[in-house]
Every structure is written in C-alpha cells, then in structure tokens.
Design a protein. Structure first.
Length: 671
C-alpha cells in the first residue's frame, strides 16, 4: 500500500491511500486528494501508478513542486520522499518494492549487424561457475579470484544482516579450512556484537573465547592481522582467551566502509594449520566487498523499519482523530509513541498558564517518580530548550553534552519533540504556539542491535506531535461543550445522551447496565459555614475522586446538578454496581478536602443504585433515573453516608407509604 502523509500544513498527520491508477491532487473537492491550502491550485498535480512505481506530475506550471528540496515537473517517487506543494509538505510511503524499469531498446536494422565488425561471440554466462570455468581455461585467474567471485555471487543477493553473516561464516569455515569463524558487526559505531559464529567440532565450540586483544588491535589500527603461531607473537601473549581457546594460527580483518569499521571477521585454527600472507590478502579482499554488503543490509533494514513505522504512524494518526476526551487522547498518544519508536518510556508535558511544565501522561514511569524529579534537572532543562527553540532535540549519547547518564534510564539516548499548534489568522498569516513536548527514552534493542534513536525516529515523533496538537484543539472544543468547568466531569446534557446510547447498546447485546446517583451530604451546611468557595473545592474534589474510582474508557461520570453526580456503569449488574458504590463511600470517608487557609474538612455522600438486567421489560432513561433517585432518597432518609439499591422491596415500601398519606382537602371543598 502506498500513501501520502501530511507532515507540514493544515491537517498535519492526515494520510491519503493511493488506491487508484491515477490520483488527482488539488484544492477542488472533485480531486481524489483534497488539500486545504489556499496556495494550492484547484487541480495542482497528479500521481500515476505504473509498473515501475509511482510518478508525480505537476499540472500547474506557474507553481513549483519540490521533491526532497528540488524542483520537478515530473519525477518517480521513492519511499520516504518529501513532497512540498505550496505550504503543505507530504511524505511518500510505500510498503511494497516498486518493479524495476523495463528497458526499451530502439529497433536495429539487420543490415547494420551484418556491416558491424564482430570478432567473437559467446552465449551469456548462466552463473558464476561458468565464468570461473571460462577464466580458468584461459589461465587468467588464480584460486583466490575464484573464491572472491564465488562468494560475491553467493552473498550479494542477501539483504538480511543476520542471514548474510551466517552465510559468510559458513563459506569462510570451508574456504580457510578453519576450526572457528567469528563475525562481529558494529551496533552504533561504539559496540561490537557477535552476529554469527561457526565451529568445526564440539570441542572447538566449547573452547571458543573471542580474543579481546586481537579484536582491539584490529579495531584501533583498522588493519588485518595474521598470526602463524599465537604463542610466539609478543603482541598477544597477554591474551588469556588465546591460550584458553587453544588458538594457534589466526586471521582477523576489519570490514571498512567509508573509513568506518562496520564489522570484524576472525578465522582461526587450533590444528597444525598455519595461515600465510596469501590467506590474509584473500580474507582482506573478502572483507572489502562484505563491508559494502553489510552496509546495504543496514540501509535495507532501516528502509523497511521506516516504512513499517510510517504505516503504523498512519494508523495511529487515524485513531487519534477518534479521541475527543483529553485524558484518553494523551494516554493513547503516550502508548502509541512507545510502540512506534520501540521504547519503554514516554511522557507528555504541557505548558500551564503560569509557564510551568506539567506531566499529563506517562508510560514506563510512575507520576510519583516524575514528581520526585525537581525542577531544573536535566529533563526539564532539555524540555525548556525544545520549547524555546520550537524544534526537536535528538541526543544519541548524553555524555556528548557533558552530562553523566541518569540511573533512572536504561540508555543514554533520548528524543524530545515540541507539540506545536498552528492557527491561520484572518490576515492570512500563520500563528504558531508551542503547547508542550513529547519525550521518549530507553530505546529497545533493534534487530541491528542499536539502542539509540535515529533521524527516522525524530521524523515519526515530530509528525505524531503535530497530530497531537490538532487533536488537543479538537478535544478542547469538545470539552467546552460537554465538560463542567468546575468539576471536570461531563455536563448533564452529555450524560443524558450517553445514558440513552448505553441503554440501547446494552439492550442490543443483552448485557446489564447500572446507574448511580450521588448527593453530597449536608452540602448546604458547608456553603453556609465555610463559604461558596469552600463548596466549590469540595465539588472539584468529588469530581476528581469519582473519575479515579470508575473505568476511564467505558463508565461516564457527570454532574447532574448542584451537588448531585451520576455514574453510568455499562455491563455492571446490581452486585457489581453496589461494590463500586461501596468503594466510592470508603474513598469519600478517607478523602480530605482542602478549602483554603490551611483548613481541611471531610464529607460523605449518599448513593442510589438502579440496574437494568437482560430480559427485563424495555427500560427508558427517565424511568431508570427515577428508580435511582428513589433509592438515593431512601439512603438519605435512613441515615446518609450509605448506598441503597432499587429493589422490589423498596418499590413495595414506596407504595405502602403513598397509600397511607391523607390527601389534604382543597380550599373551599366540603369536609
């Protein structure tokens, strides 16, 4: 699947799948890709799918299209290309490899063939062996060139690093008649990792210990070494592993690509096998082309990982657009970013009105741990830097900045991206505002062994941060329409809508539903005694307490009016609802409400519970509310600070009470 993802401009993070053979792009609504950018033409460009891949063509000659910073009228797109049209920038993502171009040749007149001077002909070589046989007959090649050509043929088609190293080890074991072969690859230009090893016998495997002395020598000098007898070489006498491994003769060479050691290959023998200068030349020649193959594997792997990341990023951004609840949105982003970037710790910090940074969501670290980190430490310092500059910060090793690694983190690499909100002003200018940052650390070990964040990771996080900024604006608008500003729970209007929806769903799926109505006991006394500001603090505290006691994704907490709150519990029968109510009662008894001037008070609540069970007569929201309200009245009448469930016994009691009431005669009526 191929797609375009907006990384700069309005609707940042939005993706367009390229499903048709010909896709049109422009501002007009009849385009398959509609871009909301006033500088984009009505019909600006088109993308055509061919056998060779995807081709982008500019349809408006008066406006340029940039691909990776260069102007093109038409160009073939490759995975990861950045396309800029007016004020909008896309990244092109393609899961599958495009087919190679089909070569088209002009026709050749047969007379031209007859007139040309041809001195010899032969059929196309079928494989590397036929090339070797041909060269061998002419006496133009020695045994070493045969080996090189054979290895090139067998290894060059491998694009997976682990498999390449294993095949290399297999070939070297036979080519050099070795007892042991070890291939180590460079993880992040700092650490070597044993990637493949081969042994001729079980004893050779048991005795094997990689020689740090030899490897250090090769790594520091970038030169291959030959030892005909390790016991006679003074450079390696201190190497305990050489003696323990019974290593007699060995070859160890670096694989160098653009002055960087990308791997080290060691071949050794414990038998009466002595390697010579010719063997060192051969292994060095092999290492030269293996270095290129290893780099190709790394590039291929990074491309595929980036491709997969873009695909999952597209899914994540689409999912984010469905979240309107701010807390759920932040939790989803912090979870998504750890999956996308393969790390264990992530945090979202938002700027408050007073300029302070507040941790709103965290993965892999408790808020208590974060709260223990004092302002001014490294985390806050780097976050401030990103906010002030408005651009991401990628650090591969914190020691390069002159700081010692923090023991709280498992790796020395981290990445921070700003959450930037962009608004189009009436004047046409764009106003930007940094809302906060997303931080990630503790990168998991990738298949290449690296635990440092990359430039690809930075691009992914930057796109996700931009999508979060848009989602936060949407959540803010939604919150103003549905959430009570004081208690931070839903308004009554939204509660009534959710109750109706939940009732329909539960009746359709034959599952129970319970409703709680809560009333703060003696709330008027609190207002009269301590003032309405104290009452507001109590209301605010009760709203926060209720949200902690219920399921955040399925249950609904709302302020019904005054000091009354409601809780919808989909899927909960009467027994479970009673447990939730008891948990709320205990939490209220333990809660201390700070009402200012150092004063702390305690409050209790009374709770009424009503439940709809599968198979019962169709229930309406009004009737369910009335039942829960009757149960709440009973809780208050029987002592407060308790929970009462609506039951048939309670209904019978209400009927008995109603039948014993004496109807008061109306004024002027005869007695």
């Amino acid at each position: 699947m191929a797609q375009l993802i907006i990384v700069e401009g309005e609707n940042r993070g939005k993706s367009f799948e390229l499903k048709r053979p010909l896709e049109s792009l422009g501002r007009a609504p009849d385009n398959s890709i509609v871009v909301n950018d006033r500088r984009v033409s009505a019909n600006h460009a088109e993308i055509q799918r061919t056998k060779a891949g995807y081709e982008l063509r500019n349809l408006d000659r008066s406006k340029a299209i940039l691909v990776n910073g260069e102007v093109f009228k038409a160009t073939r797109l490759q995975h990861g290309d950045w396309i800029t049209i007016a004020d909008t920038t896309f990244v092109f993502s393609e899961d599958s490899e495009p087919q190679l171009d089909r070569v088209e040749l002009q026709s050749i007149d047969t007379d031209d063939l007859l007139r040309s001077q041809i001195h010899g002909r032969r059929k196309q070589f079928e494989d590397a062996e036929s090339v070797i046989e041909s060269l061998d007959r002419s006496g133009a090649v020695d045994a070493r060139l045969k080996v090189l050509l054979r290895l090139v043929n067998r290894l060059s088609a491998t694009l997976e690093l682990q498999r390449l190293c294993e095949k290399l080890a297999d070939e070297l074991l036979e080519t050099f008649d070795a007892d042991r072969v070890l291939v180590l690859t460079m993880e992040d230009e700092r650490r070597l990792r044993p990637t493949a090893s081969r042994f001729r016998s079980e004893r050779a495997e048991q005795d094997h210990q990689p020689s740090r002395t030899v490897i250090r020598e090769v790594l520091n000098t970038k030169e291959g070494v030959l030892c005909t007898d390790a016991g006679d070489d003074e450079r390696f006498l201190s190497g305990k592993s050489i003696a323990d491994s019974n290593m007699r003769s060995f070859l160890c060479v670096p694989c160098v690509y653009q002055s960087r050691v990308v791997a080290i290959v060691q071949v050794d023998s414990s038998r009466e096998r002595t390697y010579r200068e010719e063997d060192l030349d051969l292994l060095s020649g092999i290492a030269q082309f293996v270095a290129v193959l290893i780099e190709n594997c790394k590039v291929y792997r990074k491309g595929r990982e980036y491709n997969q990341s873009l695909f999952h990023l597209s899914r994540a951004t689409q999912r984010l657009s469905s979240f309107l609840d701010r807390e759920l949105l932040l939790r989803e982003v912090s979870q998504s970013v750890t999956r996308l970037l393969s790390c264990s710790k992530a945090g979202i910090l938002l700027l408050q009105d007073d300029g302070r940074l507040r941790l709103e969501s965290v993965q892999g670290m408790t808020k208590e741990v974060w709260a223990s980190i004092k302002a001014g430490e490294l985390g806050d310092r780097f976050c401030r830097k990103v906010i002030e500059e408005g651009r991401p910060l990628l650090v591969q090793d914190i020691r390069e900045l002159g700081y010692e690694p923090n023991p709280r983190y498992a790796t020395r690499s981290f990445l921070i991206a700003p959450i930037v909100s962009k608004t189009q002003l009436p004047s046409g200018e764009e106003q930007t505002k940094v809302l906060g940052v997303i931080t990630v650390t503790d990168k998991s070990e990738s298949r290449g062994g690296s635990r440092t964040f990359s430039g690809h990771d930075q691009k992914i996080l930057d796109i996700l941060a931009g999508q979060l900024a848009i989602a936060l604006k949407n959540a803010e608008l939604y919150e103003k329409a549905t959430v009570d500003g004081l208690t931070r729970v839903y308004l009554r209007r939204h509660f009534e809508q959710r109750l109706e929806e939940n009732l329909r769903d539960c009746q359709a799926t034959a599952t129970p539903l319970s409703l709680l109505i809560l009333d703060i006991d003696h709330f008027k006394h609190t207002n009269d005694t301590y003032g309405h500001q104290a009452g507001d603090e109590v209301l605010r505290g009760v709203g926060a307490l209720l949200k902690k006691q219920v399921r955040p994704t399925s249950d609904t907490v709302a302020r019904y009016g005054g000091e009354e709150f409601t809780v919808i519990l989909p899927g909960a029968d009467g027994a479970l609802a009673a447990k939730v109510a008891q948990r709320i009662l205990r939490a209220m008894e333990e809660e201390r409400f700070e009402i200012g001037d150092g004063q702390v008070i305690q409050k209790t609540v009374s709770i009424g519970v009503a439940t709809v069970m599968p198979g019962e007569a169709r229930e309406t929201p009004a009737r369910l509310l009335k039942k829960a309200d009757y149960a709440l009245y009973e809780a208050k009448e029987t002592g407060r600070n308790r929970c009462v469930r609506w039951t048939d016994e309670l209904l019978a009691k209400i009927r008995r009470t109603a039948s014993t009431r004496v109807r008061k005669p109306e004024d002027g009526a005869a007695e």
